[in-house]
Design a protein around this ligand. Sequence first.
Ligand code: C2E
Ligand code: SIN
Ligand code: SIN
Ligand code: SIN
Ligand code: FE
Ligand code: FE
Length: 385
Amino acid sequence: MGKPKYQDILDRLVGIGLLLASEKNLHKLLEKIVEEEMNFTNAEGGSLYIRRGKYLIFMVFRNRILENKLPRDTILKRIKKSKFEINEKSIAGACVKRGEIISIRDMSRVEELGFSYDRSIDRELGYETKSLLAIPLKSPEGEIIGVLQLINLPQESFTEEGLRLVRATAAQAAISLSNGLLLDELKKAQLDTIYRLAKVAEFKDRETGDHIKRMSRVSMYIAETLKHDPDFSELILYASPMHDIGKVAIPDHILLKPAKLTEEEFEIMKTHTTIGGEILENADTELLKVARVIALYHHEKFDGTGYPEGLKGENIPTEARIVAVADVFDALVSKRPYKAPWPPDEALKYIVSQKGKHFDPEVVKAFVDSYEKIIDLYEHSDIRS
Ligand code: C2E
Ligand code: SIN
Ligand code: SIN
Ligand code: SIN
Ligand code: FE
Ligand code: FE
C-alpha cells in the first residue's frame, strides 16, 4: 500500500468510464477549479491534468475565445482525451518533475526551451497559444496530484508578484482537488462494497455481475427521465444493485433449477424480498434505507397482485416501482437457468403490455422515453455471456 488509493479510483473512472454520478461531481469540481483560476488571472484558457502514477490524465479544457466562436462539442472533439507519460518533454510533465511553476511568456520560443509542443490543435481551431503557465497542484501532504495550465495571460501574471498570487490561489485549488479526490474515493469504495455484496447473491445464479450494473443504470435513467432530483437518481443507482441480495438465502436447487418452479418452490423464492429487507434493516444511511425499500418491494405489482405485501399503486414506494421495470427488462433479455434470452424489442413490448398491471404507467412511459439510451447501454455489454 502506501500508494494513494485515489489513483486506482481514477484508473477506473477514466479507464472503464463508468457513468457514475460521482464522476460527474468530480468533473464539475475540476471545471470549477479551472474557471476560477481563469477568472482570477484573466487567462483566455485553462486545462487541468490529474496525475496517476507515471501518467498525467487530461481532464478539463476551457477557453473563452474558442467557446464564443465554436460549439463546445466541436472543441472537445478536437482535443484528445488522453493520458501521457510524465517526462521533461511536455510542459505539464516538466512541471510535475520539477515541482514548480513553468512560465512561458513567449510560446514561439517553446522549442528553444526544450519542450515539444503540439500546435495542431491551435491550427485546426484557428487559435494561437501565445503564453502559458503550468502550475503544479500539491496535496496537503506535499504530493503533486495534478497540473493546471493557463494560457494567454496578461503580462502582469508573469511578474514576481503575479506568480506569487497564482501560486497562492493554486494552493487553494489544490486543497479542493485533494478533498474532491478523497470524497470520490469514499464514494467509489462505498459503491464497490455494494457491488461486491450484490455479487454474492448474483454469483449464485448468474455467470456475470453485469446484470446489476445494467439494471442499476437503467433504474437511474428512469429516475432521471421522471425528473427526480439528481441526488435521488444517484441514490437509486447506488441502492438498486442490492435488490436481490436476499437470494443468498435461497437454496441452489431452487435458484438454479433449469425449469419452472413448483408452487412450493416459488413460495420459498418469494422470501428473497423479505430476507433482503431484513439484511438491510436498521441501517443509518439514506442509501441503505432506500436499498432496503427496493429489496423489499421490487416484486410488488401496480395492480396489487405482487409480493410480499400485495401493495397497490402509489402505496408501493417510487424507487421500488422504478426498479421493478428495470429488473424485469433485464431478466427478460438475459439468459437465466430457467429461460432463454428474449430479443430486446420483445421485452420492450412486454413491459408496455404490463402498463397499469405489473407496472406503474408513468414509470413505463419513462422507460419507453429512455429506451434509446437503454438499448445503447445493452449493446455495449455482452448480455448473453
Ligand atoms: P429474475 O430471474 O431476476 O426475474 C425477475 C422478474 O422478471 C420475475 O420476477 C418476473 O417478473 C420477470 N421475468 C423473468 N423471466 C420472465 C419470463 O420468462 N416471462 C415473464 N413474463 N416474466 C419474467 P418473479 O417471477 O417474481 O421471479 C423472481 C425470481 O424467482 C426470478 O428472478 C428468478 O430468480 C426466480 N424464478 C422465477 N421463475 C422461475 C422459474 O421458473 N425457474 C427458476 N429456476 N427460477 C425462477
Ligand atoms: C450517496 O452516495 O449519494 C449516498 C450517501 C449515503 O446515503 O450514504
Ligand atoms: C415495512 O413494511 O416493512 C416498512 C415500510 C417501508 O419501509 O416503507
Ligand atoms: C446476467 O446476469 O444477466 C448475465 C449473465 C447471464 O445472463 O447468465
Ligand atoms: Fe427479485
Ligand atoms: Fe433481479
